[in-house]
Design a protein around this ligand. Structure first.
Ligand code: PEP
Length: 253
């Protein structure tokens, strides 16, 4: 049985005091919630990782970064390496988010390098894949996803924990959610790819999260699908009440 994962991607939001307020409220609520079988991950902006991981020490959530450098160290102004994260106890890291692909022109080959850096530091990568609206309307969603999987995961053994997030770009921050059937169809394609190209055991074990306007109102129908193992949540993870409500729904299912 795979654990369910509820991960919050805060993107570039919140001031320091807003982070403290969120964590005060959230940690209190989480403490009173038996969430065995449901892993909770919070991915704040890098500047707040230390604060979040301090709270995580006395709580039961994991702290994740939103991106990592493909380089180890040196003259890469503004970048943060995987070894820096691991030296601070950061356990997870999102890579390949569509906003990185769009605004920073990240390609699958670069995401593959980032993936290797994270695995070398035993940080759990949360690898995002997803099609744009144009690609969906052109009927090439399946091929787009398969190309991304091949480009990012070629030669990766899956011996260490890896999380995949299916995030249809047209559903991110738009309020439009993929229907449970649409999401399940792509999750099954992803799992099938892992089965065929890595191993049946890897396919059985890999958590595949859905991301794209997931919220308290729609999480249950999405995560009740057989191949949807949780959510990568943007907007709705910024509100402690909404985020804890989503954790509680996952616990009840
Ligand atoms: C995301 O950015 O990973 C995301 C899923 O955002 P939202 O939930 O706001 O659509």
């Amino acid at each position: 049985m795979r654990n369910v994962i509820i991960a919050g991607n805060w993107k570039m939001n919140k001031t320091f005091s807003e982070v403290e307020d969120f964590l005060d409220d959230f940690v209190d609520e989480l403490e009173g919630t038996d969430h065995a079988g449901v892993e909770v991950v919070i991915c704040p902006p890098a500047l707040y990782l230390e604060l979040a991981s301090d709270y995580a020490q006395d709580s039961t959530f994991f702290t994740g970064a939103q991106d990592v450098s493909a380089h180890e160290s040196g003259a890469y102004t503004g970048e943060i390496s995987a070894s820096m994260y691991s030296s601070m106890g950061i356990t997870h890291c999102i890579i390949g988010h569509s906003e990185r692909r769009k605004y920073h022109h990240e390609k699958d080959s670069l995401i593959h390098e980032k993936l290797q850096k994270l695995l070398a530091e035993e940080i759990v990568p949360i690898v995002c894949v997803g099609e744009t609206l144009e690609e969906r309307e052109a009927g090439i969603t399946r091929n787009v996803i398969l190309d991304q999987l091949k480009g990012v995961f070629e030669g990766i053994s899956f011996n260490d924990p890896i999380v995949i997030a299916y995030e249809p770009v047209w559903a991110i921050g738009t309020g439009k959610t993929a229907s449970p059937e649409q999401a399940q169809e792509i999750h099954a394609i992803i799992r099938q790819w892992v089965k065929a190209h890595v191993s049946p055991a890897a396919a059985e074990n890999v958590p595949i999260l859905y991301g794209g306007s997931m919220k308290p109102e729609n999480i249950a129908e999405l995560i009740s699908q057989p191949d949807i193992d949780g959510g990568l949540i943007g907007g709705a993870s910024l509100d402690a009440k909404k985020f804890i409500a989503m954790v509680k729904t996952a616990v009840e299912m």
